[in-house]
Design a protein around this ligand. Structure first.
Ligand code: ATP
Ligand code: MG
Length: 628
């Protein structure tokens, strides 16, 4: 822990020196004049005056040493296709796409919205925007027209690139009709729509507006487009948060700071080297996909795997088979994916040769101890929980094996990552809290390189939303609730909005969920606080069982409910005991796999759940309603 502490300390207290060294990991066409301009807090400008380009760092820079090595491996278990692109081939594809965008009048600063499934063209489109200095906004494929229209209105893209359709679990989701509807709902429609026709869903192109990707691709074959060198703080992209708590925010990211943060994290957090292979199972529509499917691995000279498919098709061994076949060194997934596997045959975890794999990283939601233990035992590999947000762009809390090997503790994302001056504060007074005291997790600005620079088009909302919620402190609130234990390990206990107040005791939803999940029959659970006349609030639990058939009998289910309650009683005390634990076969989640507690609370309190456009499976919410 000594080295981590030392690195963290120098990143905060010798900030400029620290980051000027990290900045050597990327190519600067023009060197920067100043490491940080923080003259207008909380707005931070990193590497002022320096000129660079994300696409150049991801592709061009590696052509000399690894032009003919695989750089992008696409595997689709949805359409049964695979394709390997070398760095030179990506270079050619990206140049052609950059040329087709330029021909539509796309210039530096213009927005291009990308609404695509996990196909290589999506990655080429992102990199092509970066090459031109255009600002991409990737919207998760399959979001409904309303979500899409909101984002089109906010980003006002000149061009949209979309596909005819995506596929999930073998079921085709048409994208093009959703896009057409979204554009008709939008008040700021694009001039052109470039469609990647995968032949999955027939559509009628809109004359004068729609263009065919493959036709343009041929037309611009072999054309090279010079890199547009961008001042470090020029925006690279806008990405909307997952929308778990309400209206999504357009997170704006810079160019130079992001390049440095990713290059640095690929070494110090992911402990990797150029030439290695990286598998991240997120989606390009989320921040994890932006940072660790597309930009991070490519900037670090690694091979990235783009996987279109679910973790259970053709069977629950698919991810591990990819690790074996492509000799994956680093893998990144989400607790929600692992909980899906928990309901499947554990023998599949042992079936493949995983000797190339160093560690499995996980982020997105609290990784409960039982799930962490289950996957660690199954794989025999270190599990590295890391905590971050769309806003921060890269991990805030994580073990950092590229700095030092740390003994991880299940349930904890370990320690603050260098660059993040992160604290646990009393929500009411803003005071720093001591060991084991629960409070809001906050970051003392400046936010480090790679973090959001503002909310797209709304500087005031950036300041009001993030820097104005903790009295007396102009700090960034994560709106997560947490604590640091006596040994310095951090724990995220849930969102501040979800903290349950039972007769004056404040409990994070995560604490109770952790306890419920420790019951061997449970695969996952969600706990919410529901208004109660006597106690103010009571906890309600909803659990998905590993084998629900075994508890189909009402008496067995009732006994199990009693057992689980007793367990919570013993582990956390009677105040934490849920009033009820109900069994369901699925929890309502966002499309990024986060439990929609806000909607569950509304249903439990008999209110309208409100905006449900980000929900993955509305029937899961119906089940909650029926179970009450
Ligand atoms: P919105 O901000 O629109 O409501 P969101 O917060 O779900 O949506 P993301 O930026 O995708 O959008 O998610 C970040 C949040 O996910 C964190 O603030 C935290 O609540 C949760 N989270 C991410 N990683 C972890 C982790 N390792 N442990 C605990 N919680 C995590
Ligand atoms: Mg959030």
């Amino acid at each position: 822990m000594q080295a981590i502490k030392g690195t963290h300390h120098s990143s905060i207290h010798e900030r400029d020196l620290f980051w000027s060294k990290e900045a050597e990991l990327v190519h600067w066409e023009t060197p920067f004049e100043q490491v940080l301009d923080f003259s207008n807090p909380p707005f931070a400008k990193w590497f002022v005056g320096g000129q660079t380009n994300l696409c150049f760092n991801a592709i061009d820079r590696w052509l000399e040493s690894q032009a003919d090595e695989p750089a992008l491996i696409w595997v689709s278990t949805e359409v049964e296709q695979e394709k390997i692109y070398t760095r030179r081939q990506i270079y050619q594809e990206v140049n052609a796409v950059a040329a087709m965008l330029a021909a539509q009048g796309i210039r530096q600063g213009d927005r291009v919205l990308i609404y695509m499934p996990m196909v290589p063209e999506a990655v080429f489109a992102m990199l092509a925007c970066a090459r031109l200095g255009a600002i991409h906004s990737v919207v998760f494929g399959g979001f409904a027209s309303v979500n899409l229209a909101q984002r089109i209105d906010d980003a006002s893209p000149k061009v949209i690139i979309c596909a005819d359709a995506g596929s999930r679990g073998g079921k085709v989701t048409p994208y093009k009709p959703l896009m057409d509807k979204a554009i008709s709902l939008s008040t700021r429609p694009p001039e052109k729509v470039i469609v990647v026709d995968r032949g999955l869903f027939p559509f009628e192109p809109v004359p004068g507006r729609d263009l065919d990707y493959a036709t343009l691709r041929k037309q611009f074959d072999g054309v090279e487009v010079p890199v547009t060198w961008l001042e470090s703080s020029a925006p690279s992209y806008v990405l909307y948060t997952s929308g778990t708590t309400g209206k999504p925010k357009g997170v704006q990211r810079d160019t130079g700071g992001y390049a440095v943060a990713l290059a640095s994290s690929m070494q110090r957090i992911f402990n990797g080297q150029p030439g290695e292979t990286y598998l991240c199972t997120s989606d390009i529509g989320w921040v994890v996909g932006h940072s660790y499917i597309v930009y991070g691995p490519l900037i670090a000279g690694q091979t990235t795997i783009l996987y279109e498919g679910t973790p259970v098709r053709p069977d629950a061994g698919i991810l591990w088979s990819l690790v074996e076949r492509f000799k994956v060194n680093t893998m990144f997934s989400a607790p929600t994916a692992i909980r899906v596997l928990k309901k499947q045959d554990p023998a599949l975890l042992k079936k493949y040769d995983l000797s190339s794999l160093r560690a499995l990283y996980m982020a997105g939601e609290p990784l409960d101890e039982p799930t962490a233990q289950w996957i660690a035992d199954g794989l025999g590999k270190p599990i590295i929980d890391n905590y971050w947000q769309t806003e921060t762009g890269w991990p805030i809390l994580a073990a950092q094996p590229g700095i030092e090997h740390v003994q991880t503790k299940f349930g904890s994302p370990s320690f603050p990552v260098y660059g993040f001056d992160v604290r646990v504060l009393n929500e009411q007074t803003g005071e720093d809290l001591g060991p084991d005291e629960k409070g809001v997790v906050a970051i003392v600005p400046p936010l480090p390189p790679g973090a959001m620079t503002t909310i797209w088009g709304d500087d005031a909302r950036f300041v009001d939303t993030y820097f104005s919620s903790i009295p007396g402190r102009k700090v960034y609130s994560t709106f997560d609730w947490g604590l640091v234990d006596k040994e310095g390990y951090w724990f995220i206990l849930g969102r501040t909005d979800d903290v349950i107040n039972v007769a004056g005791h404040r409990l994070g939803t995560r604490e109770i969920e952790e306890s419920i999940n420790s019951h061997p029959a449970v695969a996952e659970s969600a706990v919410v606080g529901v208004a109660d006349q006597l106690k103010g609030q009571v906890a309600m639990g909803f659990a998905v069982l590993r084998d629900s058939a075994a508890y189909a009998d009402p008496a067995a289910a009732m006994k199990l409910e009693g057992d689980i309650m007793k367990r919570v009683d013993e582990q956390l005390g009677p105040v934490a005991r849920p009033a009820r634990v109900r069994f369901v076969t699925a929890l309502p989640k966002t499309r990024s796999g986060k439990v929609l507690r806000r909607a569950i609370v509304a249903v439990c309190e008999g209110r309208d759940p409100g905006d449900l456009t980000t929900i993955e499976d509305p029937s899961a919410l119906e089940q909650i309603k029926d179970s009450l």
